[in-house]
Design a protein around this ligand. Structure first.
Ligand code: ADP
Ligand code: MG
Ligand code: MG
Length: 249
């Protein structure tokens, strides 16, 4: 089954259609870009997939299981991970402690408030493995609040991996990242995808970033997915050019 299978997804808020008959099949292990002008419904689609909002119609399946009515926590346990446009890290904890906390939640048992009582325990081993995947090993002992925006995005991904996410939704991961750090973050996303086989959907406005990275691009416009194809094909479509490039920032 597809990693994600979305059918007839609709969301109305106050009588206004925010998502309209959205259909999408994402193959397991695919890396997919999501583009579209501001207000198109990209974040709302991620919210619906992750359970933050309940759709008014339609279904969402993940790896063949209907998750439409599951809570946010149950979807997370089923392997769904997402980042937000604002950061959700513990700034006072170190990079490794942030990931270790997530690993601990999955491994089970209570997290000791004494910092690193057992540096060689299972959760720490998982944390170090995930930090290596995203290329953050050299920042493991830095305070999360002190690292660059680009490294924070990498850390958020490592946290999701430690929670054993298999389908990862990244909402504008490049936002706020210094231009010099964008290439490094793109490499981390490429590495995460290669190393883990996770399915990744990312909202990204920079077409040049997506061109060399993703296999497919979904174009959202006015609550609909108006195209879903290889990036080169999508960007050469005249309708997409006028709909997307006509209104994007
Ligand atoms: P994007 O991420 O593509 O910029 P959003 O998903 O954030 O778009 O928003 C899509 C539309 O839905 C916008 O018009 C936004 O104002 C509206 N919207 C999103 N969430 C709510 C909400 N909770 N209540 C009312 N309108 C909302
Ligand atoms: Mg927006
Ligand atoms: Mg958004």
């Amino acid at each position: 089954p597809p990693a994600l299978r979305i059918r007839s997804l609709g969301l109305q808020i106050g009588g206004i259609g925010i998502l309209d008959e959205v259909a999408l099949d994402v193959a397991p292990g695919a890396l997919v870009g999501v583009i579209g002008p501001n207000g198109a419904g990209k974040t709302t689609l991620f919210n619906a997939i992750s359970g933050l909002v309940r759709p008014t119609e339609g279904t969402i399946e993940m790896h063949g299981t209907d998750i439409t009515r599951l809570s946010v926590a149950r979807r997370a346990r089923a392997g769904l991970g997402r980042t937000f446009q604002t950061s959700s890290l513990f700034p006072q904890l170190t990079v490794r402690e942030n990931v270790r906390l997530a690993a601990q939640a999955r491994v089970g048992g209570s997290y000791s408030l004494v910092r690193f009582p057992h540096r060689d325990d299972e959760a720490t081993r998982v944390a170090d493995e995930m930090l290596a995947i995203v290329g953050l090993t050299h920042r493991a002992d830095a305070r999360a609040g002190d690292i660059s925006h680009g490294d924070k995005r990498k850390l958020e991904i490592a946290v999701l991996l430690a929670m054993r996410a298999r389908v990862i939704l990244l909402d504008e991961p490049m936002a706020g990242v210094a231009s010099g750090d964008v290439a490094g973050l793109v490499e981390s996303i490429r590495d995460l995808h290669r190393a883990t086989g996770c399915t990744v959907l990312m909202v990204e406005h920079h077409i040049d970033v997506l061109m060399g990275l993703v296999e497919k691009v979904a174009v959202m416009y006015a609550g609909q997915i108006i195209a879903f194809d290889a990036p080169q094909r999508v960007m050469s479509d005249p309708l997409v050019q006028s709909a997307y490039l006509g209104s994007a920032a």
